[in-house]
Design a protein around this ligand. Structure first.
Ligand code: 13P
Ligand code: ZN
Length: 270
């Protein structure tokens, strides 16, 4: 059996959450990440028959029966993951239609997966319906996106168009736009269901006055998606109080569609 700490998925997860912390997106225990693993890659590093303990999830997700995830722990600081991965991360395999999760590795202090596990697992189910290659769900608290939800209307078309106008690359990176949920109580199945519903039409879902969810095929892509939206929000927060003399027009966005072979969300451009 190979050393789990040399697994590419483990190295990439540790680097990614460290980078998220360094970007200021994950104060204290803020944020959580889940990465779906392939059975074959897990078997190189762990005995799949050795279950440490079984955790109740509090929801069902039959589509994920038997699926294995590397996931951040609840209450754990991203800042510390690189120093004590087995304490701050866990590898779990879902069973009983997703009602239970067998812990195969990690959460060595007796801890459990993030309190946002429902939103993560339900979002995986939703994204896999749209994109069978989706593997990652990522949540964090980037300051500018969060700030924007206090001063910008939360209408999804308006919110998306503002971000697209803030940097040329935004529409190229997330042509489907960003979906937005109003403030809801976090850590519940309800916010999980609402997030998953929004994930059917976009890979980015803003939680007003809380943060953002991103989904993608790997950690790099998902990080980049959030990074780009956050850059758009940063520009917005720098200029929102100033007279706007110039912008990126819809005609110019149509040129970007042609140049990059992307299609903006139906009805979002004039
Ligand atoms: P956890 O520590 O349970 O992952 O919660 C952090 C968070 O961001 C809640 O939305
Ligand atoms: Zn949060």
């Amino acid at each position: 059996m190979k050393d789990l700490m040399t697994a590419p998925f483990m190295i990439e997860m540790i680097r990614t959450v460290t980078n998220m912390y360094q970007h200021g997106w994950d104060e204290r225990n803020g944020g959580n990440v889940s990465l779906m693993l392939e059975d074959a890659e897990v078997a190189e590093y762990l005995d799949p028959g050795r279950v440490i303990r079984t955790l109740e999830t509090g929801f069902t997700a039959p589509e994920l029966e038997g699926k294995t995830f590397l996931v951040t722990g609840t209450g754990k600081y991203f800042k510390n993951v690189q120093y004590a991965p087995d304490f701050n991360l866990g590898i779990v395999r879902l069973r009983e239609a997703g009602r239970q999760a067998d812990l195969l590795w990690g959460f060595s202090d007796g801890g459990r997966f993030t309190s946002e596990f429902p939103a993560h697992m339900m979002s995986h189910v939703a994204r896999l319906k749209v994109d069978p290659d989706n593997r990652v769900v990522m949540h964090c608290h980037p300051a500018n996106l969060l700030a924007m939800t206090y001063v910008h209307e939360l209408d999804e078309r308006a919110f998306t168009r503002t971000l697209w106008q803030m940097c040329t690359e935004c529409i190229v990176v997330f042509p489907e736009g960003v979906n937005v949920l109003p403030w809801m109580l976090c850590g519940t199945n309800e916010i999980g269901e609402a997030t998953a519903e929004k994930m059917l039409t976009a890979r980015l879902v803003v939680w007003a006055q809380h943060g953002i969810y991103g989904a993608g095929k790997d950690l790099d892509e998902t990080f980049g998606l959030i990074e780009t939206a956050e850059k758009g929000a940063e520009i917005y927060m720098k200029i929102a109080h100033l007279p706007r003399l110039n912008t990126i027009t819809d005609t110019q966005m149509h040129l970007l569609e042609e140049r990059f072979g992307i299609k903006a969300r139906e009805g979002y451009l004039d």
